[in-house]
Design a protein around this ligand. Structure first.
Ligand code: SF4
Length: 321
């Protein structure tokens, strides 16, 4: 018999680090574009898995020496190798038991948020990019509909949403990437944790290299019966910042022309080419992951403990180009 416990155990044996299960009713009130019930109307459960970033993938950026690890062994290999393999095999297990399983990866370039404009109208979660696709009927969302991975992880009882809008787990804090399976199997959902992980220290705000996380503007929503709130991130600043838009923290900006490449519109002018779509995560998530992780480790709110603290030296800075 297929049970939640059996699925979790199997997913972990394949490489998922955390696994939680949400029932459909936890998505009541979700915007149409992000509602799994439009993607799989006869489904019943969402299995959400987290795959850890090694703390070590941030080490080279922290020391100012080696940038490739976070981009390739963090982002790219989790999204393009680990997640698909685990999703593939867990779906096989579920379908072998006679229940349809829809894998939802975190890796396809024309999916998810790539299909939407940033939400300029704050009353609309995401506006589909004009001319990109069309609705198959007026009652359906615009292709591609896509679940909100972080909120799905929250609804699956896996943790908290930080002020930085990053999903925080008790096991790894902000250090994981997420993937999901929607299935018609009627699985027992996980309880929602009562305890918050984010304590609003706002170290993420201070350390973000492009100041994309405001101190006082927030977004509030209700999901799975819980009210949650996060900073109203400037997504356009974030999109540039995470790819290295500040010459103080990007050693690949050597000339003024390089600087324009990283801060200008579009992605064609970046000096460092993308590699599996992710080679330019040059900021090393200075605020939303590194600063947050340092704080949560200090507060002993992360179970994955280390012998030594992450930050051992004063953070480096380059002269402005
Ligand atoms: S750095 Fe502090 S405020 Fe920001 S998400 Fe982490 S715990 Fe919350």
């Amino acid at each position: 018999m297929l049970t939640s416990e059996k699925i979790k155990k199997y997913a972990k044996s394949l490489g998922a680090d955390i696994v939680g299960i949400a029932s459909y009713d936890r998505f009541d009130g979700a915007p149409k574009q992000l509602d799994p019930r439009y993607m799989f109307p006869d489904g019943k459960s969402i299995i959400v898995m987290g795959f850890r970033h090694f703390r070590g993938v941030f080490r080279g950026i922290e020391e100012g020496t080696f940038w490739t690890s976070y981009c390739s062994m963090g982002y790219a290999s989790i999204n393009f190798i680990q997640q698909p393999l685990v999703l593939w095999n867990v779906c096989k297990m579920i379908e072998d038991e006679g229940y349809e399983a829809l894998p939802v990866p975190n890796n396809f370039p024309w999916g998810g948020t790539n299909c939407y404009n940033p939400p300029r109208d704050k009353n609309i979660a995401y506006q589909p990019t004009p001319g990109f696709s069309m609705n198959v009927s007026p009652d359906k969302p615009t292709p591609n509909a896509f679940i909100h991975m972080r909120l799905s992880a929250f609804a699956a009882g896996l943790g908290d949403i930080g002020y930085n809008k990053i999903f925080l787990s008790p096991q790894f804090g902000p250090r994981q990437r997420l993937a999901a399976i929607i299935t018609e199997a009627p699985l027992t959902p996980d309880p929602m944790p009562e305890e918050k992980i984010c304590d609003r220290c706002k170290m993420c705000v201070k350390a973000c290299t492009v100041h994309a996380i405001p101190t006082d503007k927030t977004v509030k929503i209700k999901i799975a019966g819980k009210n949650i709130e996060w900073a109203d991130i400037d997504v356009e600043k974030c999109a540039q910042g995470f790819q290295g838009a500040t010459s103080e923290t990007n050693p690949f900006i050597v000339t003024r022309e390089d600087n324009e490449g990283y801060t200008g519109p579009g992605t064609g002018s970046y000096k460092t080419p993308s590699l599996y779509h992710y080679a330019r995560a040059l900021e090393g998530a200075a605020g939303c992951i590194r600063a947050c992780m340092i704080h949560l480790e200090e507060k002993k709110k992360i179970k994955n403990r280390f012998q030594e603290p992450f930050r051992k030296r004063k953070p480096w800075r380059l002269p402005q180009v």
